[in-house]
Design a protein around this ligand. Structure first.
Ligand SMILES: CC(C)(COP(=O)(O)OP(=O)(O)OC[C@H]1O[C@@H](n2cnc3c(N)ncnc32)[C@H](O)[C@@H]1OP(=O)(O)O)[C@@H](O)C(=O)NCCC(=O)NCCS
Length: 336
């Protein structure tokens, strides 16, 4: 039976809650899109926010919540059905759209279309449904890897690039890292779960006061990451002064081998509190984390940074990182 047109397919709308089966379908579609495009279509924060059971139960039938970080979520799923409108199966999720809404009415949109359902108007259908469900004003949209189709869609909806997130990469097998000792009287140690959460959240807030997403991470966000399989406190480095005050941190992450992609390290987040910046601590922490990843046998390390974060981009370039890929955030063109 040949499939009907996306215009006739049912759109399932989930608010704040994803059923486990729907979450699995989202993850499968995201994995298929990543395999095909080379970039994950949903950010880590989105997947953590959508995960069923992320919050304590909110009542009977409650399958999880999308507001673990003070956000709420609107998720749309477009299921392909045959001409005779037989019920769709889990394999037939053709496309999805997720809006993480902020309390102030703004929100961030991510859209993904399964590689088998591209070029049929699936994304367009999802966005138009979103318009009628929510209104589209005030949203910005991520294009991970700046896929050509996403750029074309952005133009059609009157959006333009408003932010660039660079993916940078260093081949650690051949990198010549500089000597970068810790500043005087600053000591390095590993994060201790159950003890360091509060101090780390405060230091993260101070270091990233200019960066809304990272600076506003909550304890629930931190704990969601600590509950992930990849979390290893040994690779979460803290730098403190002799009084035990936290001055900076480098949290590393290891992406395990997946299919034909070898394991890779990540500079997951580096931050130095404002009073300790400019004295070599950021460089020392970054180098210490990369050496830790080298010792774990990883041959390459990647990271994400805002393209306009001059101190960070300069630091990473001096260590030998180069630009690898780019995620583009699109936003509405302001009225003339
Ligand atoms: C980026 C950051 C970690 C650097 O830490 P730092 O301790 O201030 O940096 P250092 O003193 O170790 O300087 C290391 C390098 O950074 C670069 N750098 C630091 N501050 C800079 C600035 N204001 N402008 C341009 N380059 C700068 C220089 O290249 C310097 O190299 P050099 O010493 O060989 O000249 C720090 O600015 C920070 O925490 N910023 C806020 C959080 C953040 O944006 N983290 C990165 C997220 S991707």
């Amino acid at each position: 039976m040949s499939p009907a047109h996306p215009e006739t397919w049912p759109v399932l709308v989930a608010k704040d809650t994803l059923e486990p089966q729907l979450y699995r379908d989202f993850k499968d579609l995201a994995a298929a899109a990543e395999e095909s495009d080379g970039n994950p279509p949903l950010s880590e924060q989105t997947l953590l926010t959508l995960r069923p059971g992320a919050l304590p139960s909110g009542g009977p039938g409650y399958a999880g919540s999308g507001d673990i970080a003070g956000h709420s979520v609107l998720a749309l799923a477009l299921y392909a059905v045959d001409d005779d409108s037989r019920p769709s199966s889990a394999q037939d999720l053709a496309g999805l759209a997720v809006v993480i809404e902020e309390g102030d009415g703004s929100g961030v949109l991510e859209v993904a279309v399964h590689p088998s359902y591209r070029n049929q108007g699936v994304a367009d259908r999802l966005i138009r449904t979103l318009e009628s469900e929510r209104g589209f004003t005030g949203l910005t949209a991520w294009s991970h890897g700046n896929h050509e189709a996403a750029a074309a869609l952005a133009v059609r909806y009157g959006y333009r690039p408003v932010r660039e997130l660079w993916k940078m990469r260093l081949t650690t097998a051949t990198a010549e890292l500089p000597e970068a000792p810790m500043p005087d009287r600053v000591a390095l140690r590993a994060f201790v779960p159950g003890q360091d959460e509060g101090a780390w959240l405060a230091a993260n807030r101070a270091a990233f006061s200019h960066h809304h997403e990272q600076g506003n991470l909550t304890r629930a966000d931190l704990e969601a990451r600590m509950a992930e399989d990849w979390f290893d406190p040994a690779g979460f480095l803290l730098a403190e002064d002799p009084t035990g005050k936290l001055l900076g941190f480098h949290w590393t992450k290891i992406h395990p081998r997946s299919g034909k992609h070898p394991a890779m390290g990540e500079v997951y987040v580096v931050g130095v509190t404002p009073e300790a910046q400019g004295m070599g601590l950021g460089k020392a922490l970054t180098v210490a984390g990369i050496r830790y990843l080298q010792e774990k046998g990883l041959h390459a390390v990647m990271l994400y940074t805002d393209a306009d974060n001059l101190p960070a981009v300069s630091l990473y370039r001096r260590l030998g990182f180069s630009r690898w890929d780019v995620d583009v955030m699109y936003g509405p063109v302001p009225p003339a």
